[in-house]
Design a protein around this ligand. Structure first.
Ligand code: HSE
Length: 458
């Protein structure tokens, strides 16, 4: 027998429009779900393509969706905004729950900022809040981690959680494009958030990682607590060093792992060896690697993986598929069992490792004005901080590569005066590295803030 479900949508942007289209086109019908769009909230209905066909579906009053007597499920796809937007969105979601509607959201920033209140309202009202689309676009991640793999004991989750960053880094790596050029393409292709800073600074991936940390390790963290570094300062020459000297590439990795009872979490560009499958995940594709202790018999090493999820991490169609998957799950579950995965997990960690205490081997790229004795001075400073230098890498650079480094540094040096080179460091802490670099940047010969990245621990 077919199940009928009536949907109200908050948001009619790229994702909202795609959700609407999939419903109208009957994409859940083959599973016996007859879905119908009852009301759509948007601030500017006249600009939406479907408004011309069905103007009566649209409203500029969110309460006309969250309180609509015929709506069973509210789909919230408004997208991230500032704190005031998030606060209003939270009120609408809570209002929907209080009106006995379950909610499907694609808004990770909303859950990170107001998750506690939303879960509390869901529990109180006996309704569900589902959020598959919040992490990894169309890839099923939340469902597998909280249901299919609920008997696992998590050791680590890591992966590529921002399609825009992965696209930009792939373009820089494979085509030698500049960061600015690759970002412009990502925007033209519609991958980047309205504010691309959320993508390239790592904030979007951070929000996703915080949700994953919550459902895997029971750690509910706020933005700003974990180590986060964006991709903005990477340069095409970093990929040359990674490839030619390090047999690696550079990926923006989001990582959370149980490090002996403390959560070690970060979002940062990282040198990853070409032999690791994460190195081959290119373009806008996202991937998540999950390491469990049950599947490998309890081995403590959290650096490999047991399960891999990969697929389209951005784009309206993929995100809408995840949203409709949640709608389908709600119809199948009848929607009255609060879906509160955070409470169902076995706590694995009880503290967060501070940024300064994170340990790794590092890649550090310098741009200096060439003169004798530079390497000696740098090694002296690293030595004073008990940091072991591993290797020094230096490539020949053509005029064009050097030209593109002008302006990254101080002192208005001409291209022929610039000397880029890399020093790799054996395992040390972020805190010790920062202290060493604080001394190094005071040297006159240092023309640009050194770029440092962790090296994936094999
Ligand atoms: N803009 C995001 C990305 C998709 O590039 O992955 C939504 O989180």
């Amino acid at each position: 027998m077919a199940s009928r479900v009536r949907i109200g949508i908050l948001g009619a942007g790229t994702v909202g429009g795609a959700v609407h289209d999939l419903i109208v086109d009957g994409h859940l019908a083959r599973f016996g779900v007859e879905a119908e769009v009852v009301k759509v909230f948007t601030r500017s209905p006249e600009s939406k393509p479907r408004y011309r066909v069905s103007p009566e579906l649209f409203t500029t009053d969110a309460a006309a969706v969250t309180g609509h007597p015929d709506v069973d499920i509210v789909v919230e796809v408004l997208g991230a905004g500032g704190p005031e937007d998030l606060s209003a969105q939270k009120e609408w979601v809570v209002d929907a729950l209080r009106n006995s509607k379950s909610v499907v959201t694609a808004n990770k920033a909303l859950l990170v900022a107001h998750g506690e209140e939303i879960w509390a309202a869901a529990r109180e009202c006996g309704r569900e809040v589902r959020f598959e689309a919040c992490v990894g676009g169309g890839i099923p991640i939340i469902g597998p981690l909280t249901q299919s793999l609920s008997a696992e004991r998590p050791a680590a989750v890591y992966g590529l959680l921002n399609g825009t960053s992965n696209y930009i880094l792939t373009e820089m790596s494979q085509r030698g494009r500049s960061y600015e050029d690759a970002l412009a393409s990502a925007q033209a292709l519609g991958y980047a958030e309205a504010d691309p800073d959320a993508d390239v600074s790592g904030r979007d991936a951070e929000a996703k990682l915080l949700l994953l940390s919550s459902i895997t390790f029971g750690m509910r963290l706020q933005p700003g607590v974990i180590h986060r570094k964006g991709i903005e300062r990477l340069h095409a020459i970093d990929f040359l060093y990674a490839e030619r000297k390090g047999r690696s590439t550079i990926k923006s990795v989001a990582l959370a792992r149980n490090a002996g009872g403390a959560l070690e979490a970060m979002v940062t560009p990282m040198m990853v060896p070409e032999r690791h499958p994460i190195a081959g995940i290119d373009g806008v594709t996202n991937a998540l690697f999950f390491k469990g202790q049950v599947s490998d018999g309890g081995a403590p090493d959290a650096n490999d993986w047991d399960y891999v999820f990969a697929g389209p991490g951005a784009g309206g169609g993929a995100t809408a598929v995840a949203v409709l998957g949640d709608v389908h799950a709600l119809v199948a579950s009848s929607g009255d069992t609060p879906f509160l995965p955070v409470e169902s997990i076995v706590p694995g960690v009880d503290a967060v490792r501070s940024e300064d205490d994170l340990r790794a081997s590092f890649y550090v790229r310098f741009v200096v004005r060439d003169q004798s004795g530079i390497v000696g001075e740098l090694c002296q400073i690293f030595g004073d901080k008990q940091i072991n230098v591993s290797e020094i890498w230096q490539l020949e650079h053509g005029a064009e590569e050097l030209e593109s480094l002008v302006g990254t540094g101080k002192g208005g040096a001409a291209p022929e005066e610039l000397l880029p080179f890399v020093i790799t460091l054996e395992e040390t802490s972020v805190g010790q590295l920062r202290q060493a670099l604080e001394r190094i940047v005071q040297k006159d010969f240092v023309l640009a803030e050194p770029l440092w990245l962790p090296i994936w621990k094999a």
